[in-house]
Design a protein around this ligand. Sequence first.
Ligand code: ADP
Length: 257
Amino acid sequence: LGLLLLSFIIFSIVIGLLYYSIKSLISQKKIADIKTDFVNNITHELKTPLATLTLATKMLQKDEIKQQPQLVDNTVNTIERQNKRLQKLIDQVLSNSLGYKEIQLNRESVNIEAYLNTVLDDFQLSITSNDITLNRKFYISKKTINIDKFYTTTALLNILENAVKYAGESIVVDCTVESNSELKIAIKDNGIGIFDKDKKHVFDKFFRAGNKEIHNVKGLGLGLYYTNQIIKAHNGNIAVESKEGKGTTFILTIPFN
Ligand code: ADP
């Protein structure tokens, strides 16, 4: 009986060791996959704006372009947009190791309606497709809010750009004041939506949802993580509502003080 017990214990130990080494191999493979995806995606994300910048600079050097002020203006705008894109990308990658407590806000009093209109006008200019509509519904009973303009703009653009990336054709930005104490901005799209099981993970670092359509869309899985850090730094909150195949709404709330 003693021998039987001993062989059972040895057998259990061997099975246990086997289980843990397989589990660790699988998680190492997962980490390796995340690393490969990250390198592939970041290469793509860097190459696209850099290629556009190279083209735009070459255009500006051509004599026939120099005679056409409208073309020069358009090309300079393109350069500015691609610069912003690179800046945002670098910020996101750097922020990867930062928590929201490390984000140093530079708050200022901002006229809510004027500020939102500027962000949305800029965003609208960057949309190249004619099939996308952007509607604004503002019911704002307060004039100003103390926010960091640079960071808040990054957060809003991340959500707006995702709405387009994930096949939204109609985007609605709804802005209201809740209980006189917080600003609520809801950004709604009618794109591919997010599976129920994925919703709770969209703000996790490197998370990309499992929809089939998503494999055609490049991304780092860092945008919403960073957006969440920014909103938290403002003592605010971000929530997501979504129905697969129907669309997604991101709701940001930022307290007035
Ligand atoms: P990514 O670089 O992959 O876009 P994000 O952090 O911005 O990273 O978003 C994380 C994931 O959340 C995306 O990969 C996508 O699966 C999902 N997601 C974000 N926004 C939307 C949206 N508007 N519609 C559908 N899925 C979305």
